[in-house]
Design a protein around this ligand. Structure first.
Ligand SMILES: [Mg+2]
Length: 235
């Protein structure tokens, strides 16, 4: 059986891996207006990831205020606005796509496949999504911060398939393996494939399935040939 839809993870899959050093630099930019030491702010961000990724801390400004208060700072409006803007700007620098991402999505669509994105992410991606170059190419986007659930929650996989109006058995799931997403997708009847690009080792992804037994692909362009005629992977 051939596939009717391809569902992509976002970070480290459609985008390049983010090396660990970037997080310190980004944390410094939003810590500065708040007068909070970078390492303390970085820790507050890291420790709150489970809350932020499930939308538990509200919009970005509310999130920054809550985290600042946890660091013992009650920011005034100007400091809060500056830190919020700095955080949004630094996160948006991560929303840059691999060189072959747009072409791969366009080719998959031209073959009649529907496209989904399923991401464990925080509010910054949800607020930015409509402006991204890939947005018009994606038929269904499911973001953890809007759903209140993180991978590998089975409902996330079922939901993106529902929104694509496609049985999970006809979905190919492509991800770098963070959040046990490959097992999660396979557990709901999808065919799961690991994207293991040349920068794969640089990513400090959460709960990544490093021992995933396969299958795997090494570029996004290979996804197109994998579902081509004849397909290298079948549902
Ligand atoms: Mg990922």
């Amino acid at each position: 059986m051939s596939f009717s839809a391809v569902i992509f993870d976002f970070f480290g899959t459609l985008t390049p891996s983010t090396p660990a050093g970037i997080w310190d630099e980004h944390a410094a930019r939003s810590a500065s207006p708040l007068g909070i030491p970078m390492q303390q702010w970085r820790r507050a961000l890291d420790e709150s990831f489970p809350e932020r990724a499930t939308g538990a801390l509200g919009d970005l400004s509310q999130t920054i205020r809550t985290l600042a208060q946890r660091c013992g700072i009650d920011p005034d409006d100007d400091a809060l606005a500056a830190a919020t803007a700095a955080r949004l700007a630094s996160q948006r620098e991560l929303f840059v796509f691999r060189d072959d991402a747009l072409d791969a999505l366009e080719q998959l669509r031209s073959r009649g496949l529907r496209i989904g994105v399923l991401s464990d992410c925080t509010i910054e991606l949800a607020e930015t999504w409509p402006t991204l170059a890939i947005a018009p190419l994606v038929d269904a986007v499911v973001l953890s911060c809007q759903e209140g659930r993180r991978k590998p929650d089975p409902e996330l996989f079922r939901q993106v398939a529902r929104e694509l109006e496609t049985p999970t058995s006809e979905c190919l799931y492509v991800g770098d393996g963070g959040g046990n997403e490959l097992s999660g997708a396979a557990g709901q009847g999808m065919t799961a494939v690991m994207l293991r690009e040349s920068d794969w080792a640089d990513n400090d992804a959460h709960a990544r399935e490093d021992s995933w037994p396969g299958p795997f692909l090494t570029t996004l362009s290979n996804v197109v040939s994998a579902v081509g005629d004849p397909p290298l992977i079948t549902a």
